[in-house]
Design a binder for this molecule. Structure first.
Ligand code: SAM
Length: 245
């Protein structure tokens, strides 16, 4: 299991939420799960557990899975984390746990884009489908493929320098390294001015069209596929919703 430094390095996992404190992008998930009358949720690629803890605080039964131990350690220290079952593993790990019957499953932020090959994405979708109750709903988002460009992330457009409680001044920026077909590789650089440490994290994401995502969902046994604009970021990404047939 390869995990990016951004999520796996303890120092980077510790500043992840502080560098990106506005998580209003998660509201749509909380709203849709609440509207659906769900009681149990599987959060795949939970990272530092923002959504999982918010769901637990609202009384949902939550199992949250991520391959990055350092991010899970951050998650476990949060309020309401004690009500979440944290699982160290990737999307396929849910298969081995004998967990099933979830009313909803989520893959928030870039999680659905880390599966670079269609075979990997299909395997992840099948594993999530098996963990859902009949009629249970999977929700995830994907960035708009028309935004795939070297200009998407540049040092100028992403640079920040902030004083973070307990960490001192941290400078961060993201640069696109290369684009090959629908794969975009980018590198985050983090400078910890308290001691001068420089850490980098390189990641690749797959940009898929709505049609590609609908085809993958249907092939994995989902139906009622809906692809809608993300309310808080309609230009940036779209939301996929589908039910276990
Ligand atoms: C951009 S972060 C999003 C974290 C969280 N969902 C959020 O909204 O803050 C992507 C997450 O996907 C996780 N990830 C990477 N590969 C994965 C895989 N094969 N299965 C499940 N999660 C994976 C990473 O460890 C990371 O925590």
């Amino acid at each position: 299991m390869t995990v990016n430094a951004e999520f796996e390095h303890p120092r980077l996992a510790a500043v992840y939420d502080l560098l990106d404190p506005d998580r209003s992008d998660l509201d749509v998930y909380l709203d849709l799960i609440g509207e659906d009358g769900a009681r149990s949720v599987l959060d795949v690629g939970c990272g530092t557990g923002v959504l999982a803890c918010a769901l637990a605080a609202r009384g949902f039964q939550v199992v949250a899975v991520d391959p990055a131990l350092a991010s899970l350690d951050v998650a476990r220290a949060k309020p309401h984390a004690e009500w979440v079952r944290w699982v160290h593993g990737d999307a396929l790990a849910v298969r081995g746990l004998g967990l099933a019957g979830f009313d909803a499953a989520t893959m928030t932020a870039n999680v659905a884009m880390v599966f670079l090959d269609d075979e990997d994405m299909a395997a992840a979708l099948r594993a999530v489908r098996e963990s859902l109750a009949p009629g249970g709903r999977l929700l995830f988002e994907a960035r708009e493929p028309r935004l795939l460009s070297p200009e998407l992330w540049t040092r100028e457009s992403t640079w920040s320098r902030r004083g973070l409680p307990g960490h001192g001044e941290v400078e961060a920026w993201c640069e696109t390294e290369r684009i090959v077909g629908s794969l975009l590789t980018f590198r985050w650089t983090f400078v910890f001015h308290a001691d001068g440490q420089v850490l980098t994290s390189c990641s690749t994401l797959r940009f898929r069209s709505r049609e590609e995502i609908a085809t993958l969902l249907e092939a994995a046994g989902f139906s009622a596929v809906e692809l809608r604009r993300l309310p808080r970021a309609p230009e940036r990404a779209f939301l996929a919703a589908a039910r276990r047939s």
